[in-house]
Design a protein around this ligand. Structure first.
Ligand SMILES: Cc1ncc(C[n+]2csc(CCO)c2C)c(N)n1
Length: 217
């Protein structure tokens, strides 16, 4: 498998198109998304990120090349600084919910299971859509929006669109491709499944925020 990511990105293009077509993204790009929905999203994202950084650290610990370890530990630390600042800008202190939504719980639990009980390669494939989908969505919005000067969500959009973030995504892709080259076809199948599932969970995360998902009981 010479370029695993290129192949799986093409094979999951349908999911990315569905994310672009989701009302959450359309309204975020137009700047018309309700503050209540965005707040719900940022709140759940803060819960997601506090677990995701531990997952990245765990992936880093499992890597055999120390540069790869350093990359994932840096990415984990980056979450603490950059994303916490973003959340502080947007989160309204008064309405913070501490409970993870069903989808947030599912996504975190899935990633945790993949990193703790499966191979490093599957773990890498599972955490990658978090990087690549946000970059693709950030770039897509930046390239297609006409309201950069008056979109209330511009800070969020700028965090994920553009070059600084693209470099980090490129690194994550290169590391995962490097491990994929050495993997058996059976393991590649499992990596594909993990990448596809995590990509669907990215769609579900936005969808659950748009619907302000609550526990049924
Ligand atoms: C549900 C959800 N998925 C992905 C991201 C984006 N993201 C979070 S951590 C990280 C890597 C280091 O910056 C990236 C790209 C998010 N915020 N929320």
């Amino acid at each position: 498998m010479s370029n695993w990511y290129k192949a799986i990105n093409q094979n999951t293009a349908r999911i990315l198109e569905q994310i672009k077509a989701h009302d959450f993204i359309k309204e975020l790009m137009a700047g018309t998304l309700s503050k209540e929905i965005f707040n719900f999203y940022i709140n759940q994202d803060a819960i997601y990120l506090s677990e995701y950084k531990k997952i990245l650290a765990q992936i880093g610990v499992k890597c055999s090349d120390e540069n790869d370890t350093q990359f994932f530990l840096n990415a984990a630390t980056g979450i603490i600084t950059v994303e916490n600042a973003l959340h502080q800008n947007f989160l309204n202190e008064k309405c913070i919910i501490n409970e993870a939504s069903v989808t947030c719980e599912l996504y975190i639990s899935y990633l945790s299971r993949m990193t703790h009980t499966k191979s490093l390669e599957e773990g890498l494939a599972a955490v990658l859509p978090c990087f690549t989908i946000y970059q693709q969505i950030g770039d897509y919005i930046l390239a297609n929006q006409t309201n950069k000067d008056n979109n209330p969500y511009q800070d969020w959009i700028n965090t994920y669109g553009g070059e600084a973030f693209a470099n980090s995504v490129k690194n994550a892709i290169e590391i995962t491709n490097k491990y994929a080259i050495k993997s058996s076809p059976e393991r590649i199948d499992k990596m594909n499944t993990a990448f596809e599932k995590a990509s669907k969970l990215e769609w579900m995360f936005w969808d659950s925020a748009y619907n302000k998902e609550s526990w049924k009981i």
